[in-house]
Design a protein around this ligand. Structure first.
Ligand code: DQA
Length: 144
C-alpha cells in the first residue's frame, strides 16, 4: 500500500478555473488533482483530494489524516487561512505534517491576507506559483 497524501482545499476553491483567473489561473481543481496523481504515482504515493466550503469539514479531515496515518497533508485553506483559530489548533493537534499551499502569493495582496493562522502552525508554506504550488508541496511532502 502506498503512503497517502491528503490534499485539503477550502472555500471557493471548487470554482477554480472560473474564479478570478487572472489571480488563480485557469486550471480547475480536477486538473490539479490529475497533475498530483500523475506525479504521486511516480513517487509511489497515493493522493486523497478533497474540497469543502465548510471550516469544520477541514478540521475533521485533518483529524482523519492522522487517524489514517497519512504521510502528510497539503492544505489550501483559502480564506480560512487568515481567520481560523480552529484550523490552527487542528494542525497543532495532529502529528501529521501539514504543508500550507496557496496558488497566489498572499503577501503581494491585500493586507488582510498577510497574516496566516495556518502558516503559524504548519510545517512549511509554498505560495505564489499557481497550480505548481501544489506540485512543489507534493515534492516536499514526499521527502519528509
Ligand atoms: C488562496 C489565497 C487566499 O487568500 C484566498 O482567500 C483563497 C485562495 C490561494 O490559493 O491563493 O481563497 O488560498
Amino acid at each position: 500500500m502506498p503512503d497517502t497524501i491528503f490534499v485539503l482545499n477550502g472555500p471557493n476553491l471548487n470554482l477554480l478555473g472560473l474564479r478570478e483567473p487572472e489571480i488563480y489561473g485557469t486550471d480547475t481543481l480536477d486538473d490539479i488533482a490529475g497533475m498530483l496523481e500523475d506525479r504521486a504515482r511516480e513517487l509511489d504515493l497515493a493522493i486523497d483530494m478533497r474540497q469543502s466550503n465548510h471550516e469544520g469539514h477541514l478540521v475533521d479531515w485533518l483529524h482523519e489524516a492522522q487517524a489514517r496515518q497519512a504521510k502528510a497533508v497539503l492544505l489550501n485553506a483559502g480564506a480560512y487561512t487568515h481567520t481560523s483559530v480552529a484550523l490552527h489548533d487542528a494542525i497543532k493537534s495532529v502529528v501529521t505534517p501539514v504543508i500550507e499551499v496557496h496558488l497566489s502569493n498572499p503577501h503581494r495582496r491585500e493586507s488582510f491576507r498577510h497574516r496566516s493562522l495556518v502558516g503559524q502552525a504548519a510545517r512549511g508554506t509554498i505560495a505564489g506559483f499557481g497550480a505548481l504550488s501544489y506540485l512543489l508541496a507534493l515534492e516536499a511532502a514526499a521527502r519528509l
